[in-house]
Write a protein that binds this ligand. Sequence first.
Ligand code: MEV
Length: 330
Amino acid sequence: MSQAKASAPAKIILFGEHFVVYGNPAILAAIDKRISVHARTLFHNDDKIVIRSDIGVAGEYKQNGDFFNLLEGGVEAKAVLDPLCGAVMQVLSTRNEKKVGIEVSILSNVPLGIGLGSSAASCVATVAAVDLLFEKNTSRQHVCEIAIESERQIHKRTSGADCYVSTFGGLIQYQGKSKSFEKIETKRSLPLVVASTGIKHKTSDLVIAVNRFKEENKTVFDSLAEQARDICSQAWAAIESGNGDRIGELMNENQILLQQIGISHERVHDIINICNKAGAIGAKITGAGGGGAIVALASSKLESIKIASQLKEAGYPSFEVEIDYKGLSA
Ligand code: MEV
């Protein structure tokens, strides 16, 4: 095949971010915002990898990795492009394809750098699209593993949770220790709202900051990690039984733990206050934090519309999200 397409969803973390890096469980959901990737072979440039994204970055690489030419974007562009080039190179190496040029074009409707997993979804969809060029079917598990390796280029300690939920979709509990997951069934829909603080972050920087906190406060961190584990196991039960009020309370408890490890922000607190006043039953950071995004749970679809509209009135970009049960589509 000379052209192929794939897409993968963004994600929210409902419970357990950061602690999952140290082997704890986390509860995540894929959401109805996607990254789409179009891959094609370059017949006249068999040693080139070209990556373009509609977020305004593009670059070309030589396959031996010793040449990079920035085609579009500023100083930050290379950090966005490198893992994607890494994803292409990994697929080529797994396929034992040495003499094929590849161009990858990425279309995103996922807000960037606020903890919604745009980088993981880009890696997952890129691996799947490039792999499809070689026609033999690859399992989702294999796509996910290559995507995690690629993400590791910019986020060394990645737990793998984001790539898993983007690949397999749905609502899952991811086990940081065994790098495995289980789907969670729920008796009620979860009317969720995501709001952006407008403050972008690098996940790897925040993970490093939390690691520093852990090293300097071992006993405190161990106790917080134990509480996070307990919250996750109670949250699973509350989600399964459809107990919205309990899910909300546990989200609020999880937020306190995230504040204690130092990744919250005054704009996060402002957003959470607005959510609470608008009737949210729980609200917390989702993802790496340090600004980023928050997720709030409403008691009904109507209430979630009200919460999103009050956040927008206060100047915070916000939207309601649905859970995506499809995951990777290729
Ligand atoms: C980032 O979306 C989630 C973190 O827990 C990091 C990770 O799991 O790799 C902060």
